[in-house]
Design a protein around this ligand. Structure first.
Ligand SMILES: Cc1cc2nc3c(=O)[nH]c(=O)nc-3n(C[C@H](O)[C@H](O)[C@H](O)COP(=O)(O)OP(=O)(O)OC[C@H]3O[C@@H](n4cnc5c(N)ncnc54)[C@H](O)[C@@H]3O)c2cc1C
Length: 508
């Protein structure tokens, strides 16, 4: 299935240089725990002033996975002598709780010499070689350029580099075509745009109370913000909540409801569905944003294309862009990256997580081989960033990624290749949630109906079948069967015409 990558930078490892980990989020810190456990020397470089900087930004939001799917077993082992135990119970923690109750104690036990905050990585290359130089490449250490809090720039040498810097810092634009909408930069500069998860009910309350806010996007961030805004609207008269999605069908987000094995995630979708049906949230489907026009009175007019022409949404005070994220590959421009051209995920991994075809499939366990960049041995992208533009990453997957990579870097390929992952299943495909009362009456809304075959590229099917034919594993179904291909605008197919996928089908 996968080609064998060139050996990790073994010579460089023998020099005693550290393995640099970029980012002190849950996956970066888990990587440091695994490297320590393997007798290697990690050096975690974190841009923020504190560990878990990205998670802190959405600390008011409850995660949807319980602690068992967050805490890395090796990190737990490292923490045990301090008396730390994994928080009990099945209630998923808020982002802030994950930081305070897990990431901070883990960083403390790793120590200040290992975890450096206020240190932003701005570029990665090979020491003494630019990207065009092939010969002797893997014999050279990496050179990691960092910018400290006081703007001092310096270079750090590394035996290997694990990029766990996430994607939180780079949201997708509002524009429907991958580019910012016309006027988006001006609207951002004017302060009309907010991030995907503003703290609507507490810190940012005044900004939203009594005002009209448009939420754009169709992921769990959008759902969280909409639910909080709907609560604010009940408490603060005059608060208006508008939701626009490019897709013509929101069922993917409404999800599996009670059938979801992550009940908090299922509940999110069900609650949102009720609010849309009741009219508490003004919902616009099939709305592709093309422009934002500042009006001079503190509001913006949002311009979009709908099926029968242009629609203008006037009087919007805030636009919450919950449009997903994309990886920052600019800082890796001197690395011989092997990324899928579309998803910007490692080439071998991309077909296994491609949301166009696999949202109802499962994410197979994967490790150092799928995450390798054959032209750059010793360099890996892990965690949220490893999924590129695919939105379905879970921390527990990242924990397994870094376990495998640390074992490989330590020369234990037997352990590195034994990738294992048990993820919660979801029932998103086995329920049909109507969007409107008319939909409820209409037959054939389920993705599990009999269906003519959709065009799924051969390499996607092959990659999926390769792992599906192995031993039975439990995986994470990530949306309606067929992924975005099931969205009418995404795959140009009605939902009922998406075929069952090999192995990953939720339809039995
Ligand atoms: C609202 C929300 C809820 C989620 N809930 C769950 C959940 O319940 N369960 C689950 O499994 N997953 C969940 N996820 C998805 C994902 O697992 C999390 O986003 C998780 O935090 C990803 O971990 P990470 O370590 O890969 O990246 P991050 O947590 O984003 O950490 C990356 C770190 O790198 C730092 N950094 C960035 N750039 C640089 C740089 N150039 N130099 C140095 N440091 C840098 C950042 O400051 C940050 O601290 C959720 C995501 C969101 C947004």
């Amino acid at each position: 299935m996968t080609s064998t990558p060139a050996p990790a930078s073994t010579l460089a490892l023998q020099t005693g240089l550290p393995v640099v980990v970029i980012g002190a989020g849950p996956v970066g810190l888990a990587a440091a725990a695994h490297l320590t456990d393997r007798g290697l020397t990690p050096l975690v470089l974190e841009a923020g002033d504190h560990v878990g900087a990205a998670m802190r930004a959405w600390g008011h939001i409850r995660t949807f996975t319980p602690w068992q799917y967050i805490v890395d077993p090796t990190a737990e082992k490292l923490l045990a002598p301090t008396g730390w135990t994994r928080p009990a119970g099945d209630v998923p923690p808020a982002g802030a709780e994950v930081v305070a109750d897990y990431l901070e104690p883990l960083a403390d036990v790793l120590g200040d010499a290992v975890v450096r905050t206020g240190t932003r990585v701005v570029a990665v290359t090979r020491d003494g070689l630019d990207k065009s130089r092939t010969l002797g490449r893997e014999q050279r250490p990496f050179l990691v350029r960092v910018q400290d809090r006081d703007d001092t720039v310096r270079d750090v040498r590394a035996a290997a580099v694990i990029d766990a810097s996430g994607t939180w810092g780079q949201r997708n634009p509002l524009g429907a075509s991958g580019l910012p909408a016309v006027g988006e930069a001006e609207a951002e500069a004017a302060g009309v745009l907010v991030g995907p998860l503003p703290d609507v009910l507490v810190t940012d309350r005044d900004r939203f109370a009594g005002r009209r806010t448009l939420v754009v996007g169709m992921g769990h961030s959008a759902a969280n913000t909409l639910l909080n805004l709907a609560q604010l609207a009940r408490e603060e008269p005059g608060t208006e909540v508008v939701w626009a999605i490019r897709s013509t069908d929101a069922r993917r987000l409404f999800g599996g409801g009670e059938a979801d094995q992550l009940p908090d995630r299922g509940k999110l979708g069900t609650d949102l569905h009720s609010l849309v049906l009741s009219g508490a949230i003004e919902h616009h489907a099939g709305f592709a944003i093309t422009g934002l026009e500042l009006t001079g009175d503190g509001t913006v007019t949002v311009v979009g294309q709908i099926a029968d022409g242009e629609r203008r949404m006037a009087g919007v005070h805030n636009v919450a862009a919950a449009t997903g994220f994309r990886p920052d590959v600019a800082m890796l421009s001197e690395v011989r990256l092997d990324l899928d051209a579309g998803l910007e995920a490692p080439r071998q991994l991309a077909p296994l997580v491609d949301p166009a075809f696999h949202s109802c499939g499962t994410v197979p366990p994967h490790g150092h081989r799928e995450l390798a960049h054959p032209g750059e041995p010793g360099f890996y992208v892990v965690g949220m960033k490893s999924y590129g533009r695919a939105p379905t990453f879970l921390i527990t997957t990242g924990n397994e990624q870094v376990r495998s990579i640390a074992a490989h870097l330590a020369g234990d390929d037997a352990a590195a290749d034994e990738v294992q992952l048990v993820l919660p299943e979801t029932g998103v495909c086995s329920v049909t949630l109507p969007l409107t009362d008319d939909d409820a009456a209409a037959p054939g809304g389920s993705c599990c109906g009999t269906a003519p075959a959709a065009e799924v590229p051969a390499e996607v099917d092959a990659a999926h079948a390769a792992w599906a034919n192995g031993e039975a594993r439990i995986g994470f179904a990530t949306g309606v069967e067929g992924g975005r291909a099931a969205d009418i605008d995404g795959g140009l197919l009605p939902l009922t015409q998406v075929r069952s996928q090999v192995g990953g089908s939720c339809c039995g």
